[in-house]
Design a protein around this ligand. Sequence first.
Ligand code: ADP
Ligand code: TRP
Length: 323
Amino acid sequence: MARILSGIQPSGSLHIGNYLAMMKPMIALQEENELFCFIVNYHALTSLSDPDKLRKNTVDAVLDFLALGLDPEKSYFWIQSDLPEVQELTWILSCNTSLGLLERSHSYKDKVAKGITPNSGLYTYPILMAADILLFQAEKVPVGKDQKQHLEITRDIASSFNANFGETFTLPDAVIEENLAVIPGIDGQKMSKSYDNTICMFEDEKKMRKRIMKIKTDSLGIEEPKNPDTCTIFALYKLFASTEDIASLRATYQAGGMGYGDAKQLLFEQIRDYFKPFREKREQLASDTEYVHKIMKMGAEKTRERAVQTLSLVRKKVGLNYL
Ligand code: ADP
Ligand code: TRP
C-alpha cells in the first residue's frame, strides 16, 4: 500500500499516449493503494487562454477518467482549482526555490525553443507541480518520461525545505514504465496535445479512422517486406493487440504482401474495439452532468481534508502561524 499521485493537464483532448502512460496505470493502482488523481487546470492556464475550451476540456477529462474506470469512492479524484490550498503551498515553496533550479528545466527551454512566448506561470510551473505532489506527501508518481526532470525538481525542493525547516515532506519517486516511455503520434514524434498528432480514444470513430489513416510510413510497396520495429503503425498496434496478433502482424510485415493501408485498418479496429465498452460508459456519464458535478464536489471536499493537514504543518514550520 503506497500513496500514489498523478495529474493530467486539460490542455486538449486526452489521447492514447495519456491513457497508456498515465491513466491506465493509475486506474490499475487504485485497488491496492491510496490513490490521488486530479485534473491540473491551473497548469493548463500556462498555455490556454480560452475559458470555454478550458472548461470543456476539464469536464471531458473528468468524464474520460470515470469512463475508463477511475473509482471516485475508492480514490481521491478532484479538479486542481477546487483546492486553492495548493497555491499557498506554491508560494511558500517558491520562496525556498532557487532560480537556478528553474533555469535548468528542459520542458521550459524546449517550449521557448519552439517559439512559445513564455509567461511567468510557465517558468514557475515546476513549483506548482512540486506543491501538487508534496501537499499530499505522495510516495510514488506515475508519469511519462518527459516528466522525469519535474520529479527531480520536486525532490530537490522537498530536500532543501526539509534541510531548512526540519523533516516535513516525503521525497516522491517517479514511476516510469520504460516500454511506455514515449508513445509515438501519427507523425512518428512523441504523441502530444501540443503537436496535433494525437489519436484520441473517445473521438468519433470515423474521425479516429481518418486520423489513423494519416500515420506517416516509409514508401515501400505492398509486396515488399517491411520492418515492424521502425514502423509507427506497428509500435501502436503492439500496445493494444494480444501476443498472438502481434506475432502474426510481425510475420506479415516481414513476409511482405500487405500494404500500410491494411495495417492501419487493423490498428483502427484494435483501438476501436479496445475502447468500445468505455465509450458506452462515457456516453452514459456525459448525459448525467448533475451526477458528475456531485462526484467532483465530493472529491474536492474529501481531498481538502488531506491538503489542510499538510498545509497547517508547513505554516507552522515556516512561521506563518503567529498565534
Ligand atoms: P501532452 O504532451 O499530450 O500535453 P501531458 O503533458 O498532459 O500530455 O501528459 C500527461 C501524462 O501523460 C504525463 O505523465 C506524460 O508524461 C504522459 N504522456 C503524454 N504523452 C505521452 C506520450 N506520447 N508517451 C508517453 N507518455 C505520455
Ligand atoms: N506536468 C504534468 C504533465 O504535464 C502534469 C502535472 C501537474 C502532474 N501536476 C502534477 C503530474 C503532479 C504528476 C504529479 O504531464
